[in-house]
Ligand binder design. Structure first.
Ligand code: UD1
Length: 341
């Protein structure tokens, strides 16, 4: 019998790509999502790409009774928990929205996994836990910095909840994956990122500007202490990122994890500047982007990129898709969404 994995938040950007890669790797998948920041097109895209009629349950993971019924109905032994709010700015202006949602849903996951005797949890964490690191690249041992947003705080708190729970409760295992900057879309252009309103993240803003939805991209700061003055980030292809979840789940399913709780950085190991990214996007897609230099954005760190040695060694995973291919896929997806030929 195939192993089944519950993907909470599986209609969303990273969740939908992960559902595809799980199915490609031979897992059965059930998607649970309340569509609060996504729609059924993500699930339909997964079904189209894989040819599998993936079961979908419309459920809010914060609603424990409703969420319990998913556990009753499906016999998955593993969960990948994506379901969370992720707008950093909004989390600063409405922190309780973030604490209530992101913590409640994750605590329900842990409670129900215990209640039903299920074992493996992968949690979507973020490089945001490192803040402005003292040394680059960051390893998993790099100390976390106090979070500067409620969003970042929920990532740290959920990591701690997972660590303490798998330490205390027999049979439970957990892996936190610390994502760097996920970008791009599936090569089929059938799934991708669908930000609601004005995109806060760089690549969706770039693709919407190229599509004429936004007039001009603001590059936030060109006077940072970096080679070209713009910030450095580690942009990780979303399909590569999705595959990291598959190997993390498989590690636990096969009992190859070394500790009950493990953490892995998921990045490429390369720092790319905002201006480099903009120019690469223009080059690979053969277009000119309307952009201007704007003041620094409050809260941005100057530079961060991953040391991925641990994931390479322990998970046998490394990022494979080139930045050029990823930027091509981001534009192909935007064109698909806008109906541009
Ligand atoms: C942000 C969050 C991070 C979160 C991630 C997930 C902060 C401080 N960090 O990462 O916690 O996990 O999103 O989505 O908010 N930029 C521009 N113009 C734009 C948009 C962005 O120049 O219109 C620049 C930013 O200044 C930054 C880089 O592009 O240097 C990447 O920004 P973004 O895509 O928002 O990601 P992060 O801020 O790195």
């Amino acid at each position: 019998m195939k192993e089944m994995v519950l993907v909470s938040g599986g209609a969303g950007y990273i969740g939908s790509h992960t559902a595809v890669e799980l199915i490609n790797a031979g897992y059965d998948v059930v998607v649970a999502d309340n569509l609060s920041n996504s729609d059924m097109s993500g699930v339909e895209g997964v079904r189209k790409i894989t040819g599998v009629d993936v079961p979908f349950v419309n459920v809010d993971c914060c609603d424990k009774e409703a969420f319990r019924r998913v556990f009753e109905q499906y016999k998955f032994n593993s969960v990948i928990h994506f379901a969370a709010f992720k707008a950093v700015g909004e989390s600063v202006t409405d922190p309780m929205k973030y604490y209530r949602n992101n913590l409640t849903s994750f605590m329900n996951v842990v409670d129900l996994m215990r209640e039903f005797g299920r074992q493996n949890i992968v949690f979507s964490s973020s490089a945001t836990v490192y803040g402005e690191a003292d040394h680059l690249p960051v390893t998993e041992q790099t100390p976390r910095k106090p979070a500067t947003s409620a969003y970042g705080n929920t990532k740290q708190m959920c990591e701690d909840i997972l660590r303490d729970s798998v330490t205390a409760y027999d049979g439970l295992k957990g892996i936190a994956l610390r994502y760097f900057n996920p970008i791009g879309a599936h090569p089929s252009a059938l799934i991708g990122e669908l930000p609601r309103g004005v995109p806060q993240n760089l690549v969706p803003f770039i693709t919407q500007t190229a599509a004429g939805v936004r007039e001009c991209l603001s590059v936030f700061g060109d006077d940072y202490p970096t080679p070209d003055g713009s910030c450095l980030r580690d942009y990780i292809d979303v399909v590569d990122l999705a595959k990291a979840h598959v190997v993390a789940i498989t590690r636990m399913v096969e009992g190859r994890n070394k500790e009950a709780y493990e953490i892995f950085n998921v990045g490429t190991g390369n720092g790319t500047s905002v201006l480099e990214l903009v120019h690469s996007f223009e080059r690979v897609n053969g277009l000119k982007l309307n952009y201007k230099i704007a003041p620094r954005r409050p809260g941005d760190v100057v530079a961060i990129w991953a040391d991925t040695t641990l994931a390479n060694k322990e998970l046998g995973w490394k990022a494979e898709r080139s930045l050029d291919d990823t930027l091509r896929s981001a534009w192909a997806w935007e064109k698909h969404v806008r109906g541009i030929k």
